[in-house]
Design a protein around this ligand. Sequence first.
Ligand code: NAP
Ligand code: FER
Length: 339
Amino acid sequence: MTSSINQQILLKSRPLGEPKESDFALVETPIPEPGEGEVLNRTIYLSLDPYMRGRMSDRESYAAPVEVGSVMVGGTVSQVMKSNHPQFSTGDFVLGYDGWQAYGISKGETLRKLDPNQARISYALGVTGMPGMTAYFALLDVGQPKIGETVVVSAASGAVGSVVGQIAKIKGCRVVGVAGSDAKCNYATKELGFDACINRKTQELSSALKAACPNGVDVYFDNTAGPILETVLQHINQGARIPLVGLISQYNAENSPPGPNLMPLLVKRALIKGFLVGDYQHRQAEFVKDVSEWLQEGKLKYKEDVVQKLENAPHAFIGLLQGKNFGKLIVQVSDDPTR
Ligand code: NAP
Ligand code: FER
């Protein structure tokens, strides 16, 4: 499925509140030629991730915003079409950061070669990639779960949360998820082995947490902040650890939402610590080894929500912030010859 034109999705305007499809523009441009040391990739899969909402705004952040009129950024799994880099050949599968487009040029140094015999190539955008690595290090390094402790995780069926809960089970913890539907909760308990999962839309969170965590909460892996954090804080134990990993409940907020009461953090001498996955790049090999083994042994399950066609990326991304995705959201941009 090759063609001579590139399709790109540009950020047309900075969204106010929830992004709208009209904030994006699909354009066609010539496929570029790779320069010295560069590689031309055909995008097979594009990752859609919550952090992209931050890149659409020009608010002060840990990363620079995407310029209006530029291609939206994003992780990609691609096949090499042309290579001017000695470590890559035509036909190789690579993990890169080519963004929301059908073809991209990368510097060879920024690409990671993927072995389709080791795991599905798309997994490099999720369970063996940035979200999985976030789950692994934020849980193990910041959360420090001990056998018999209770771990609560929000956005429990998602790319990060699903891996957090399963690793916490591997480490001998009681695991309680919080998710946005019964289907997601059933998946967490029946398929992933969580001990319990609370539907944040239909259940009263505080009483449900009390019932699901009879010994209190030792680790709260926070993917959302906002009302879920506020409620979980009422149930934490002395010395609890709270990896503050994501604040998705406020990514679309126009004005700062009323903050949670942070007083229990002080009273319980709990640690709340910021986390950026980029700080762990030097430990990527350790993460990929463990997670690949757990996948192969069937100890780790992984669900993808695959949307077909690049043109559907804006719609799918908007849905991600509304909880419509079920599993790691990726866009299949072109044929995957390995499947
Ligand atoms: P995901 O869980 O696959 O998808 C996002 C999920 O967030 C939705 O499906 C929805 O799940 C939940 N959500 C959306 N709006 C919400 C709201 N208002 N309140 C509560 N939950 C809401 O996404 P992911 O890639 O795994 O990312 C999860 C979190 O980790 C995000 O906050 C992301 O920014 C963060 N993250 C941080 C780092 C880092 O280095 N700090 C790295 C990767 C990811 P439910 O409807 O089931 O609740
Ligand atoms: C996220 C994905 C990645 C996020 C932060 C990062 C707060 C950080 C990456 C880095 O290390 O620069 O969803 O949300």
